[in-house]
Design a protein around this ligand. Structure first.
Ligand code: HEM
Length: 155
């Protein structure tokens, strides 16, 4: 198997863990377990950051994939996948930033002496959070198709 396929196999496992952590984070906030939600989402964000660093290293070490040997359908799936990952990254940064802003409020600390969270921050955080979760889930689904194509070409 070529180094690119080995790298993307690891990346798919990493993305599966990100999706599982995000799903757990959503379940936790639905039970109003704010601290646990925060931990799960921060763990998912760390794995996204780890992937970005690994991707830069991969590009420098072994370069980009040779898309000329991919079918038109596989290339289309790749572009859809990249758009979903971009959505996850942008919405994730917004959700993360708003989450940090919420951290000092009584919605998170539970202390009455702390300021109330602005309803608009909560609303925006929820929306951006859902967009990031949807982007990561659909990004994972399309990544399965990409890796299947790579394995198909390798064997
Ligand atoms: C990238 C990181 C994060 C993502 C993707 C994310 C995602 C989400 C999602 C999808 C919801 C809505 C759940 C629902 O509709 O039931 C939500 C709600 C919430 N999140 Fe996050 N979250 C993140 C980080 C954080 C952090 C760091 C904090 C706080 C320290 C936080 C605090 C909250 C709170 C308080 C709510 C409830 C909002 C409300 O009452 O309407 N989140 N988050």
């Amino acid at each position: 198997m070529d180094p690119g396929t080995i790298f993307w196999s690891g990346a798919l496992v990493n993305m599966g863990v990100i999706v599982a952590l995000a799903a757990r984070g959503v379940r936790q906030i639905r039970r109003d377990e704010v601290a646990a939600h925060r931990r799960s989402m921060l763990a998912a964000s760390s794995l996204v950051a780890l992937f970005l660093v690994a991707y830069v290293v991969k590009r420098l070490a072994i370069g980009a994939e040779d898309l000329s040997v991919w079918s038109a359908g596989q290339r289309m799936n790749l572009y859809v996948h990249e758009s979903l990952v971009a959505t996850m990254l942008i919405a994730g940064v917004v959700a993360f930033t708003l989450g940090r802003r919420l951290a000092g409020t009584r919605r998170v600390t539970g202390r009455d002496s702390d300021p109330r969270a602005e309803p608009a921050w909560l609303r925006r955080h929820r929306r951006a959070g859902w967009l990031a979760v949807a982007g990561s889930t659909l990004g994972f689904a399309t990544a399965c198709g990409i890796l299947a194509g790579m394995l198909n070409r390798a064997f």
